[in-house]
Each structure stands twice: as structure tokens, then as C-alpha cells.
Design a protein around this ligand. Sequence first.
Ligand code: ATP
Length: 230
Amino acid sequence: MILRLRDLSVRLGGSHILQGVTFDVPPAGVTALLGRNGVGKTTTLRAILGEVPASGAVEFGGEPVLGRPTHKLVRSGLGYVPEDRCVFGGLTVAENLRLAVRGPDPDYDTVHELFPELRARAGQRAGTLSGGQQQMVAIARVLLNRNRLLLVDEPTKGLAPAVVSSVAAVLARVAEHVPILLVEQNLAVVRRLAAGAVVLEAGRVAWTGTASDLLGDAGRTRTLLGVGRS
Ligand SMILES: Nc1ncnc2c1ncn2[C@@H]1O[C@H](COP(=O)(O)OP(=O)(O)OP(=O)(O)O)[C@@H](O)[C@H]1O
């Protein structure tokens, strides 16, 4: 397993947000982290990254990492694509990418192959890009560096269907080389990308299994996620 969470608990603002989250992420493919709004998916990613104080245990690549500073985790190969994308709107696409480079040998080949449009728009200010193009910048940024795991938070949120499909296609290609823990509300995207699924409910793991077992059972999907088949 590339990532193991054991009894992860987070208290924020007087609320017990994560109440003992335990699951594993295998070293290949996409694992979906699912659940209704507000169950603690983003908080789980942020706790793994050390962005919020947490108790319990997190093992990344076999090493205990809970409490390690975020920048050290990122440097050790944990890539994060946050939900709000966090591109620097006043800087160009090329500058946004350059700022993300960590090592001496950034992988621009992969980035240019996956995102030819970003090369064409290298001089455009990122703030003037569409939401989908900004998401591409956010994903491209982590791919410049070698990662052992990517945490990707709702990459298709707010995007038009055709753009959702291109983001999913890019993530499918990325997942051929690096495992992804993916928070995603769009179940068609989950069905297309994810092998495993972990469902949170009120700060706990309510279900784990294969994505096809989850999504192939309309009753289970409705009970756990509050939605019908998409
Ligand atoms: N810094 C904070 N202080 C207090 N409460 C917080 C804080 N951050 C998150 N929460 C609360 O923790 C709960 C879980 O939030 P989180 O963003 O992890 O949920 P989520 O499953 O990612 O939701 P969504 O699908 O809506 O993005 C929510 O009730 C949220 O309001």
C-alpha cells in the first residue's frame, strides 16, 4: 500500500470532523474517496498533508508521516491538486508552471504531451483562462515533479461536460504512472477512473470496496451517496 490511514481524527472549531478514519490506498490506479457534502473528504486530504492537526496514523510509502511538515511531504513525492486550483491569476501559464518546479529535472515533456493547449497559452495570464484550463494548469503543476501519490480534490467541479471528459481523460493517463486518491462527486468520472472506493459518512468510513461494486448497486449508491445512478 502506498498510503495507510489508521484511526485518523481531526477536531476543528470545536467539531469532531474526522472520527477515526481507516483505509488503505494501493500503489497503482485510482482510489475514489466519496461521500455526501461535508462528510470530511477534503479534511481527510488536508490531514494527510499535515495542513490540519490530526491524531491517529498516516503511513506514506511505509513511513509514518503524521506531523511531518507539508512541504517535506510534498518534496517526498506527495502531489496535491486542491479543490480551488490555486493558480496565480496575475502570472502567466508558464510562470505558474515554473513556480511549481521542485527538482533539477522538471518533466515538461509529459506536461506538454498531456496539455498541448498550455504550451500554446504559455504567455497568457492564468486568471484569464477558463475553469477547465485552470484545472489543467493545476494538474500540470504537480506533474512537473516526480510523485509517488497524487491527492486530487474534485477536479471536475463546476466544469462543462466536455471539459469534465477531458480532465477525466488526462487523469486516466496520469494514473497509468502514479496512483491517485481522488475526491470526486461526478459518478460517471468515478466509474470511468476508479478501481477502489472509500465512502465516508459523518467523519467515518462507511464502506470500502471496488468502485464497480459500489456503483453497480443502485440501492447502495443511493444509501451511501444520496444519489441515483448517473
Ligand atoms: N477549519 C474548519 N473549522 C471548522 N469546521 C471546518 C473546518 N474545515 C472544515 N470544517 C467542517 O468540516 C466538515 C467537513 O468538511 P470537508 O470540507 O472535509 O467536507 P467534504 O466532504 O470535502 O465536503 P464537500 O463535498 O462539500 O466539499 C464540514 O462540516 C465543514 O464545515
